[in-house]
Design a protein around this ligand. Structure first.
Ligand SMILES: *Cc1c(COP(=O)(O)O)cnc(C)c1O
Length: 421
């Protein structure tokens, strides 16, 4: 099926007499007739539901839809995008290991990977997303376990060079993990360009209505763990907490997601509530329509800003003037996302004043919402970063992050014009 059809009908396939709409299985637990059968579920010898912290049918149907959209083999939902990124990395890296991370990523993920993982004794090297192949290769160590990037960085809007990073990761025997929140699989499917694992904050465009926080991890099934056995003992050697099961042998292409569920979800418990998964599914049913409108509205708003004499600079990857235009055309030619960053000639203080005058666009800590919204990252989402880290993340102190919604674009433009005036 094509993406539009998967958005509407993917994941949940009702049988004869079943509910037409995805049911919310609001149950912590599941009943079995024999004690032996329940035991087999605990040993991962049989698949089935027994406790919602590990798996729930509503969640699994939604994960299956996102998996189909990305073209992956296995997927799981998490309680938030943060949980998805943490699990995606921690599933294969532990104390004493090292990871390579693009410096242009979401502020929350930067804190998680660069500050919190360091406290867990996972060493992190950040690299400039525009680095040369030599500079990138120099970042790897013997104990490197993965490379992490963001397909369109929030809020720097850097378009990740998937092929450059995939080549380097694979030549060092490790997978490439990419957060694909901003373009969504509607605009970009990273697995086509060598990415091994994709994560999402479903909180953003997938939900799309600012109703529900959630996350998702999708595995392409393409990374051969057993070929790099010594690097990934968690997947390739017996797990004593499951009677010596070897995930990569027992579960083949589903090994990574199975381990992540059986191990990290069991122990950390960052499960999506089935009720919230239901809301995300409602959002997914119109994702293809909304992304089209977000992108066409953002293109017009970006062109308006670029032509306005109060504006110092505009960055939108689908503008010819963007440093990322070539990568955007290569990896997401039909559009990138609805987010634009720009600065005013009056700098940081003009940015703050202008934002206070907006009427249609609201100041909120959110992006990728049906409603147009703005944020000043240096004083909001990225305020934990020092100036050096801000610049490495592609966030200048005057940067305004504008998330263009799906309202009438003329109304959005008039609002910006009056506020700037
Ligand atoms: C918002 C966001 C996250 C974090 O997601 P939460 O659901 O807020 O935890 C991660 N990555 C990107 C790119 C985001 O925009």
């Amino acid at each position: 099926m094509n993406k539009e059809t998967i958005c509407v009908q993917g994941g949940y396939k009702p049988g004869n007499g079943d509910p037409r709409i995805l049911p919310i299985i609001q149950s912590t637990t599941f009943k079995y007739d024999s004690s032996e059968e329940m035991g087999k579920l605990f040993d991962l010898e049989k698949s089935g539901y027994f406790y919602t912290r590990l798996a729930n049918p509503t969640n699994d149907h939604v994960a299956a839809k996102i998996c189909e959209l990305e073209g992956g083999v296995a997927a799981m939902l998490t309680s938030s995008g943060q949980a998805a990124n943490f699990f995606a990395v921690f599933n294969i890296a532990e104390a004493g290991d090292h990871i390579v991370v693009s410096s242009a990523i979401y502020g929350g993920t930067f804190n998680l990977l660069v500050n919190t993982l360091t406290k867990m004794d996972i060493e992190v090297t950040t690299v400039d997303p525009y680095c040369s192949e030599d500079e990138l290769n120099a970042a790897f160590k013997d104990n490197t376990k993965c490379v992490f990037g963001e397909s369109v960085a929030n809020p720097a809007l850097t378009v990740f060079d998937f092929e450059k990073f995939a080549k380097a990761a694979h030549s060092h025997g490790v997978p490439l993990i990419v957060d694909n929140t901003f373009p969504t699989p509607i605009m970009c499917q990273p697995f086509k360009f060598g990415v091994d694992i994709v994560t999402h904050a479903t909180t953003k465009y997938m939900d799309g209505h600012a109703a529900t926080v959630g996350g998702c991890i999708v595995d392409s099934g393409n990374f051969d763990w057993m070929a790099h056995k010594e690097k990934f003992p968690g997947l390739c050697t017996p797990d004593e907490s499951y009677h010596g099961i070897v995930y990569a042998e027992r579960f083949g292409k589903a090994a990574y997601i199975t381990k992540c569920t059986a191990h990290l979800m069991r122990d950390f418990g960052a499960i999506q509530a089935p009720q919230n998964a239901f809301y995300i599914n409602l959002g997914l049913e119109t994702l293809h329509l909304r992304m089209e409108r977000h992108c066409s509205n953002a293109q017009k708003v970006a062109e308006f800003l670029e032509a306005n004499d109060k504006v110092a600079w505009v960055n939108y990857p689908s503008l010819k003037s963007s440093r990322d235009y070539a990568n955007a055309q290569k990896y997401m030619p039909n559009g990138t996302c609805g987010v634009i960053s720009f600065g005013l000639k009056g700098g940081r203080s003009a940015a703050e004043k202008m934002m206070d005058k907006l009427k249609l666009a609201a100041i909120v800590t959110h992006v990728a919402d049906a409603r147009t919204c703005v944020l000043h990252p240096a004083s909001h989402t990225h305020r934990q970063m020092n100036d050096e880290q801000l610049i490495a993340a592609g966030v200048s102190p005057d940067l305004i992050r504008l998330s263009v919604g799906i309202e009438n674009v003329d109304d959005i433009i008039s609002d910006l014009a009056q506020a700037m005036e």
